[in-house]
Write a new protein. Structure first.
Length: 565
């Protein structure tokens, strides 16, 4: 027993597993699986399931399979399969030689269906999909039996074999389990097992024209693979009696299904159907748009796999649905990047500063700390010269009371450099916009400290104009303005809940020259501005593009708002 096994169980699933291990229910085995449908990209909600299934297996010296539930060829693509495998590996997990597909079992599932027909527990139905819904009944009223429910075993076998042979049109016939049309659980009211579907499957091509439903596929796939604990989200709790019914009536190995609450996040939608709408309607640039909650989107935005795994561990596992504030996910990534991201200086909205008393041709190499959280990351040299850029928001001509940054007649500290004082303001004659500040520097304050002991209340970041790199920076915010967009987005129009300010693109940003060697995917902290990532798709030699991962905690927005009143 490893160290984690010796501790008290941290959630109800671990309690169940440890009891099963104690009683020898599965001969000491723990075998889980992660079974995504390849009809879209994985999102942060899937990360919770991935971490749970692979994490449980690892903690109890077990195994975890990756199995694609590829039973609907109308919606499945190889692109999705490839993306899912990439995402699971990126999160830090590996399935070894245990990569499976539900389509691997199509022949076996067909044989299982034949057994149920022979046992009088399945029948071919001619009712349409709409009629099946009408016959199903409601929570308050029992369903009605189909007029085709009592066909003979021989007729059902003949019709099912002809369904496979392609003799019938789509929608004209289905195979249903014969259970109980009066069952309180609607899932037991003769559920559909197979439907006729003429579509080319990504893996099996045109060999099949009948496809099993999820409910008929899932439990039998678990059984074939020898899964011990089938961990599902809470919406499958009402399907568990059907999961058990199929396994019991087929008289095959019977895993244990356990349900847990799915992940819900504020400002986020988790429905793949709605995420697909966002892509298809052009609200985002694709599944990997950094505003999307997909793992590929979060990766492109600069999230680390460590931060996501930590987030999933800290939110825990429960049996009750709840919603997690997205601010906590941002906290986890900020906490992780604070330890690992090098600090650099970047000016996103540059304002030109001329140090009138600084020598024209002089360039100093000043020492800057790469990360104060990790001394091993060392220091770097940043050039300092007569003309600099500072953030436009770091200057106000008529500052409010609590604005401590640069203003006419005021002195501030430049990070790693000198004290500077603003003496004059140059404006555009036509627009009246401030275009340049004329300042002086105090040569006695090198390193940012005054030998006479005088203090300043603000430290600004800056970039040497002569050495600055130009870059595009994309400032991403939440895609949705509503805290609970799942409900609001149930209509036909996303417009009512989309945040119109979810992306701001800045094209003339100035960065310190050390970033010339930045590579796609590199994560950095722009001092005082936030954490950023080199865009892995749009950046290339000669063109730097950065995505904002997450902001820093600060109060400047509130102060600036107060100053505008």
């Amino acid at each position: 027993m490893n160290e984690k096994e010796s501790k008290s169980p941290s959630n109800f699933i671990r309690s169940i597993i440890e009891e099963d291990l104690r009683t020898g229910r599965w001969e000491g085995r723990v075998h889980t699986r992660f079974p995504p449908e390849p009809n879209g990209f994985l999102h942060i909600g899937h990360a919770k399931s991935i971490c749970l299934n692979f994490g449980i297996a690892a903690d109890y010296n077990g195994l975890c399979n990756l199995r694609f539930d590829d039973t609907n060829p109308l919606k499945e693509e190889q692109t999705y399969i490839d993306a899912i495998m990439e995402d699971v590996r990126w999160l830090g997990f590996d399935w070894g030689d245990r990569l499976y597909y539900a389509s691997d079992y199509f022949e076996q599932l067909y044989e299982y269906a034949l057994k149920l027909i022979r046992d009088g527990k399945a029948y071919v139905d001619d009712l349409s999909a709409e009629q099946i819904r009408q016959y199903r009944g409601t929570l308050k009223e029992p369903g009605r039996e189909s007029p085709y429910r009592n066909r003979s075993v021989e007729e059902n076998l003949d019709l099912f074999e002809r369904m496979r042979a392609g003799e019938f049109e789509e929608g004209s016939k289905v195979l249903r389990a014969r259970i109980d049309m009066a069952a309180p659980n609607l899932n037991l009211r003769d559920p559909v097992m197979y439907r006729v579907l003429y579509a080319t499957h990504p893996r099996t091509g045109d060999r099949w024209c009948i496809y099993p439903t999820y409910d008929f596929t899932h439990g039998q796939s678990d059984s074939i693979e020898g899964i011990t604990h089938s961990l599902c989200t809470l919406e499958f709790e009402d399907h568990r009696p059907l999961y058990d019914w199929f396994l019991d009536n087929l008289e095959i190995y019977h895993p244990r299904q356990i349900e847990f609450a799915r992940l819900n996040l504020t400002r986020t939608v988790m429905s793949k159907r709605k995420l697909l709408r966002l892509v298809e309607e052009g609200h985002v640039s694709g599944w990997d748009d950094p505003r999307m909650p997909t793992l590929s989107g979060l990766r492109r935005r600069g999230y680390t796999p460590e931060s996501i795994r930590n987030f999933c561990e800290r939110i825990g596992i429960s049996k009750k649905d709840s919603t997690v504030d997205i601010a906590f996910l941002e906290h986890c990534v900020r906490e992780d990047l604070n330890r690992r991201a090098p600090r650099v200086m970047a000016v996103l909205r540059p304002l030109r500063v001329v140090l009138e008393n600084y020598p024209e041709d002089r360039v100093e190499e000043l020492e800057a700390v790469n990360n104060p959280e990790d001394e091993a990351m060392g220091t770097r040299k940043v050039p300092f010269s007569k003309v600099l850029y500072i953030e436009r928001d770091d200057f106000m001509e008529e500052p409010p009371k609590k604005f401590y940054r640069l203003a006419p007649g005021r002195e501030v500290r430049l990070r790693y450099a000198y004290y500077v004082k603003c003496n004059d303001v140059i404006k555009d004659e036509n627009t009246g916009q401030v275009v340049e500040l004329r300042c002086t520097y105090d040569p006695e304050t090198r390193g940012g400290w005054a030998p006479d002991g005088r203090k300043v209340k603000a430290t600004l970041h800056w970039v040497s104009a002569r050495h600055a790199l130009s870059a595009e920076v994309r400032l991403y915010d939440h895609l949705f303005a509503s805290d609970h967009p799942e409900e609001a987005a149930d209509g036909t129009d996303f417009g009512s809940v989309l945040n119109p300010d979810s992306l701001e693109t800045l094209t003339d940003c100035k960065l310190e020259p050390s970033l010339e060697s930045a590579k796609p995917g590199d994560r950095l902290q722009f001092e005082r501005l936030g954490y950023f990532c080199v865009d892995p798709l749009d950046s290339r030699p000669g063109r730097l593009v950065f995505n904002r991962t997450v902001t820093l905690r600060d109060t400047w927005a509130k102060i600036r708002k107060a100053g505008k009143k």
